[in-house]
Design a protein around this ligand. Structure first.
Ligand code: ARG
Length: 284
């Protein structure tokens, strides 16, 4: 009997306490277009964005996670997508350096927040959009490139934190950041688990992912369209978009607790729950 069970099916899912950084969307709007989800002619409802963001924020607090807040800056409507603000691994802050001028001031703003909070920060030489493209899974870091983050930053990061960085090439403009195409569900090095949307990756990267994570959850078109992979897991509970119904069912089957949080207003900027959430990893 037991031999027929896969390794992940036998894993007891456990939530671990997290520390996040978020930014209330007080200045949210879509005033430029830097990804295919953004359309400046479409009306955005700032109050609804704040309401949806508050629900996400309260969810983390209800679950006992610590959430720090960075002050939103007028004129930086995308600052709500805190995941892009930096990458924090083993207590080291690798600053973001944005591809587009519209978001450039966010890099120093987030770096300053971390410096003020007492962290050692490292200013990136290479273009990288923080946790949008850099995801910690177990002992390795998965790093996306193709649309935003330059591959050169992967080397810079590996040198800085002394971890293996695995480069993955993104090929579909709708999934322009790694965190729109791949979700880290379990980061425990003894049984790491991810979900991903194969069509977002080059053939070579798909082969690599299949070899690294043979038990991964493969997202459907429906999950990907809803930006369902932009999910946040604390090891057991997973926040994701309500439209990602196939992913939610698969998560349940694997022992996770999916929680739908509607972030439809923030999707107009091309982001979801994960984009709004920067994880502060103080220790390994
Ligand atoms: N409008 C933002 C941009 O295109 C959305 C960023 C979404 N963030 C993320 N972590 N994927 O840069």
């Amino acid at each position: 009997m037991t031999e027929t069970l896969t390794a992940t099916a036998t894993v007891e899912r456990a939530s671990t306490p997290r520390r996040y950084l978020m930014c209330r969307p007080e200045h949210y709007t879509v005033s430029y277009e830097i990804n295919p989800w953004m359309d400046v002619t479409r009306f955005t409802d700032r109050d609804l964005a704040v309401q949806q963001w508050e629900t996400l924020y309260r969810t983390y607090l209800d679950w006992g996670h610590a959430v720090d807040l960075i002050d939103p800056i007028p004129g930086l409507p995308d600052m709500v997508y805190a995941a892009n603000g930096a990458t924090v691994v083993d207590g080291v802050v690798y600053s973001a350096r944005f591809r587009y001028a519209e978001r450039a001031p966010e890099g120093p703003a987030y770096e300053q927040w971390f410096a003020d909070a007492g962290f050692t920060t490292r200013t990136a030489r290479e273009i990288n959009e923080g946790e949008g493209d850099i995801l910690a899974v177990g002992d390795v870091l998965l790093a996306g490139y193709g649309f935003r983050t330059d591959r050169a930053s992967h080397g810079e990061l590996a040198e800085l934190v002394g971890r293996e960085v695995v480069s993955l090439e993104l090929v579909n403009p709708h999934y322009y950041h790694l965190d729109t195409a791949l979700a880290v569900l379990d980061s425990d090095a003894s049984h790491p688990l991810v979900a991903y949307y194969p069509a977002a990756f080059s053939e070579e990267s798909r082969t690599l992912l299949a070899a690294m994570y043979s038990d991964a959850i493969i997202a459907t078109d429906r999950d990907a369209d809803a930006l369902g992979l932009n999910a946040v897991s604390d090891g057991r509970r997973v926040v994701l978009a309500p439209g990602a119904v196939d992913l939610a069912a698969e998560l349940r089957a694997r022992g996770f607790e999916p929680h739908a949080v509607d972030t439809s207003e923030l999707l107009k900027g091309g982001g979801g729950a994960k984009c709004c959430t920067l994880e502060i990893r103080e220790s390994r």
